[in-house]
Design a binder for this molecule. Structure first.
Ligand SMILES: [Zn+2]
Ligand SMILES: [Zn+2]
Length: 236
């Protein structure tokens, strides 16, 4: 922890080592070319609702989405959760490497422009919130940083502070799938009327989808008309 933090601090001023493999860098980047090549964008064919890679089929839906209802209309995930992304996201969330936002926003916006996604039809961008106690401990909400970067990129209003996390969740990474789903049930509420609003919700990861579902359900209950979830990475 301390070692990573010291290295992180040094890297701000003297970018020298790759964050993933600690190879020496010749330019002031965060990661080396080898690790950069390990970042895999989610390319078609993917499920049109949840971005899971699928074999080409008529419906363009994965098995899970064929007969499911979701409170969101679509999930867009930029990358597969390869070991590089795993390492970088871990540093971003748990090791105070919030300045990795520059790298992540370039990954996200490159992907969104490649798939020709535009935010024109949306009213605003928001992030999956973080419980105040956790925010106090971590000092920043990584999803809010991503939402801020996307709002700048699309020149759309950023509206954080409309969704609240009501109960402090256990760390999602330590829980099994069923426990995660139970853990996020009715964990969020939205504080204002959102009738007919079209919203982009940003999160760092899409794992089981339970957090996104619970969060978007809260927006739906206040009248949201269309919700697209955008995440940096998707666990396989
Ligand atoms: Zn590297
Ligand atoms: Zn799907």
């Amino acid at each position: 922890m301390l070692r990573t933090s010291i290295r992180a601090a040094k890297n701000i001023f003297f970018p020298a080592l790759c964050f993933c493999c600690e190879t020496k860098l010749s330019t002031s980047q965060y990661i080396c070319d080898k690790c950069r090549n390990q970042i895999k964008f989610l390319l078609p064919p993917i499920c049109k609702l949840c971005s899971t890679p699928i074999k080409n089929n008529k419906t363009n839906l994965c098995k899970n989405c064929l007969n499911s209802y979701y409170p969101y209309n679509k999930v867009i995930c930029a990358t597969l959760y390869t070991s590089t992304m795993q390492k970088l996201i871990h540093l971003f969330k748990y090791k105070h490497c919030d300045y990795l936002i520059k790298l992540f926003s370039s990954i996200l916006t490159t992907y969104l422009s490649n798939i020709a996604f535009t935010a024109e039809d949306y009213d605003f961008i928001t992030a999956v919130p973080m419980h105040p106690a956790k925010l106090k401990e971590r000092g920043y909400n990584q999803s809010a940083l991503l939402a801020h970067a996307l709002a700048n990129y699309f020149k759309k209003p950023l509206k954080n502070g409309i969704i609240y996390e009501t109960k402090l969740r256990d760390s999602q990474t330590k829980l099994k799938k069923e426990e995660r789903i139970k853990n996020t049930t009715a964990m969020f509420w939205a504080k204002e009327n959102l009738t007919a609003k079209k919203i982009i919700v940003v999160d760092d990861m899409f794992t089981t989808g339970s957090t996104a579902q619970s969060c978007c359900q809260a927006l739906k209950e206040k009248g949201a008309a269309r919700i697209t979830v955008i995440t940096l990475s998707k666990a396989q």
